[in-house]
Design a protein around this ligand. Structure first.
Ligand code: WTA
Length: 662
């Protein structure tokens, strides 16, 4: 367990909140006994359970021959074998001749708020179908990779669904990533097209998306076309367009030769739906691959049960679609249920910290899903902001992305939850496709800081270093023993799944290891403790320390760098970097700024170091391995507890670092 970090065991948290009668009445699963029975069945007859769910929740052009084939040693898993379906058909065509045809599918709230846009199911279907034809016209075919680098505007969802309609594989890159990060991702998957916007507006900031794309595609010969949506909230912004390569979205979608109907491609259940890049312990971000049938079923069902989504509900997930949370709980989960989903272009504090609550009131939001970091930053602003708005429409609250501290949970419960709404603390990852551990409102009592129970069909366990099960409250490595439909199928470009095997299936052979530690209390509730690898979680965003280090050493003045996380009141974790400069370079404040900027340019603003300390050497073992444990303790200010330093090649290095500590 020496490796584990972030273990703040909240053993003394004993508060329990049971769902009230209103919550129970609306819930799909209405009692703990009902959950237990459902759960028992879902694991005892796992395939039967998922088959029934797939039958009831999705439309199949052709039914599967076999529910599941898997081997966690190789590893692989395949769901609904030989089943044929189309994601955009499931999210749109199913509803356009039903009572839902004029129901809002997407409600878009602009950065500035005075412009909003609503797309009904029928309108969205129409846009997606036409856009799919635009993709075809520009040479995109089934299996081609299409990069999407856009702000949170409806065109982003239309682009994703358009790709899904013709079987192209989309890969959304968060608009906050740099041009270089975009380039790396385009090159990794060999994208043929990039879909972007002229710029992105977030709060008072502008992101020159198209200019970033121009810079990236210069060194990406696979890119044949760039489609550019015009952001409508500001006029007068001029964008350079390269003839024959760049095309305006609005010109293309309205062109005379574009037909309104696009036949949805019959996709195999295991055909790829998208690639989403995420950070790991080593190397560059990997392209997590999700496929069609399993992913769609998993997001649809988790969305329905966890947010208790019913016909009149309005769901608001505050994530950006550039992350998995947005893919699963803004786009695919809600739309596959024929639900109304809100897409918000801006940030929680613009024009003021009442923005989320204003949106809740404006649209009558019923389920609200955000990250602990947002809650903590709004907490700091005080209670006056939400008091201005009517929050009475809310029925379920959720959090995701990082452990939530009980203090933030209680604040959320009291001020937003009006002391009666269930809070679902949902644990999952890019690789899991959807939520795996969570309370179900109406059925599972909640505890501040606990993600509570496994979703039906999920078999988690906590193991000790030697692979034996940990006892109640003992803490250990979280593993999942059986596959579920939304599980990662591979990383792009690695057909033998070597990387997946090494990262997720080698620590405990035959089991999925997500990289988190957790404990289970005596009620069987899960408490996620944090990552045990070199991935840090800044404001709910994953950053690999290796990425930050290689960004730093790519600067000509840097000789070596080590990056670690440290506890941060708002962000959850902050980024602390230790840098040694080359012999002839002086470690000045100007260089410090330059290096911080350099990381922003290489990766993006989210990886911006909070603290940068120059050091003349880094603590290393005699075999040359950097001892991160020591650096982590220094970063957290825990200098009394540096542990054994006798194995260091040069123990004096530590003294020097301690002197320069920030
Ligand atoms: C962390 C985001 C505690 C965890 C959906 C995981 C959480 C990583 C929670 C995945 C939670 C996510 N409680 N920790 N409720 N949800 N995490 O891939 O460390 O961006 O491994 O997916 O976030 O981050 P990712």
């Amino acid at each position: 367990m020496e490796e584990m970090k972030n273990i703040e065991v909240l053993m003394d948290e004993k508060r329990v909140f049971s769902p009230g009668p209103d919550v129970v009445e609306r819930a799909y699963i209405k009692s703990f006994a009902e959950y237990e029975e459902l759960y028992k069945r879902s694991v005892e007859d796992n395939e039967g359970f998922w088959a029934e769910m797939a039958e009831n929740n999705l439309h199949w052009f052709k039914k599967w021959d076999k529910v599941l084939e898997y081997d966690f040693h190789k590893p692989y898993s395949k769901w609904f074998i030989n089943g044929k379906l189309n994601v955009s058909y499931n999210c749109l065509d199913r509803f356009i001749n039903s009572d839902k045809r004029n129901k809002a599918a997407i409600i878009w709230e602009s950065n500035y708020g005075y412009i909003s846009r609503t797309l009904t199911y029928r309108q969205l279907y129409h846009e997606v179908s036409r856009f799919a034809n635009v993709l075809k016209k520009h040479g995109i075919k089934k299996g081609d990779r299409v990069m999407i680098y856009m702000p949170m505007i409806p065109e982003l969802s239309i682009a994703m669904l358009g790709c899904a309609r013709i079987g192209a594989i989309h890969s959304v890159v968060f608009g906050g990533f740099s041009s270089q990060s975009l380039k790396d991702r385009i090159q990794d998957c060999g994208a043929k097209m990039v879909i972007t916007a002229d710029y992105g507006a977030r709060g008072r900031k502008f992101v020159p998306l198209k200019a970033n794309v121009d810079e990236a595609v210069e060194v990406c010969p696979t890119v044949e076309r760039v489609l550019v949506a015009k952001v409508q909230t500001v006029t007068g912004y001029r964008t350079a367009m390269t003839p024959d390569r760049d095309f305006w979205w609005h010109d293309e979608i309205t062109a005379d030769d574009i037909e309104s109907y696009c036949e949805p491609e019959w996709m195999d259940s295991e055909d790829p739906l998208f690639i989403l890049y995420t950070s790991g312990s080593t190397g560059k971000p990997k392209g997590v691959l999700h496929t069609t049938g399993g992913y769609l079923l998993y997001t649809a069902l988790t969305f329905k049960w966890i947010f208790n989504n019913k016909e009149d509900d309005i769901h608001f997930c505050t994530a950006d679609i550039g992350w998995i949370t947005g893919h699963s709980y803004i786009v695919y989960g809600p739309l596959c249920n024929g639900a109304t989903t809100v897409m918000f272009e801006g940030i929680p504090t613009f024009p003021n910290p009442g923005r989320f609550w204003k949106i809740v009131e404006k649209y009558g939001i019923t389920s609200f899903y955000t990250a602990p970091t947002a809650i903590r930053s709004l907490m700091r602003e005080g209670e006056s902001w939400m008091k201005k708005y009517d929050l009475s429409s809310l029925r379920v609250l959720g959090t995701v992305g990082e452990p939530i501290n009980p203090e933030a949970w209680m604040w959320y419960h009291k001020n937003i939850g009006q002391e009666k709404l269930p809070i679902v603390d949902t644990w999952w990852q890019t690789e899991t496709g959807g939520i795996l551990i969570t309370p179900l409102p109406g059925a599972i009592p909640t505890k501040p800081g606990s993600a509570c129970k496994p979703f039906p069909g999920i078999s988690p366990a906590i193991l000790k270093e030697d692979g034996t099960p940990a006892g109640p409250d003992e803490g250990g490595y979280l593993v999942i023993k059986k596959p579920w439909p939304g599980i990662i199928r591979g990383t792009y470009g690695d057909s033998e799944n070597k990387r997946v095997k090494e990262v997720y299936f080698s620590k405990f052979p035959g089991m999925y290891f997500p990289g988190d530690s957790a404990r289970v209390d005596s009620d069987g509730d899960f408490w996620i403790m944090g990552r045990v690898d070199d991935v840090i979680n800044i404001s709910g965003h994953r950053i690999g320390t290796a990425e930050v280090e290689s960004a730093l050493v790519s600067h000509p003045s840097v000789s070596e760098a080590a990056a670690v996380g440290f506890p941060h009141d708002i962000k959850g974790e902050g980024l602390y970097v230790f840098v040694t400069v080359k012999g002839d370079v002086s470690p000045t404040d100007a260089l410090k700024k330059e290096l911080i900027n350099h990381v922003r340019e290489v990766i993006g603003a989210i990886a911006s170091p909070d603290k940068l300390q120059f050091a003349s050497g880094l603590p290393k073992t005699r075999s040359g391995k950097i001892m991160r444990r020591i650096l982590r303790n220094i970063a957290k200010g825990d200098v009394e507890n540096l542990g054994d330093t006798t194995t260091l090649a040069d123990p004096f290095v530590v003294d020097e670092i301690l002197k320069g500590m920030l």
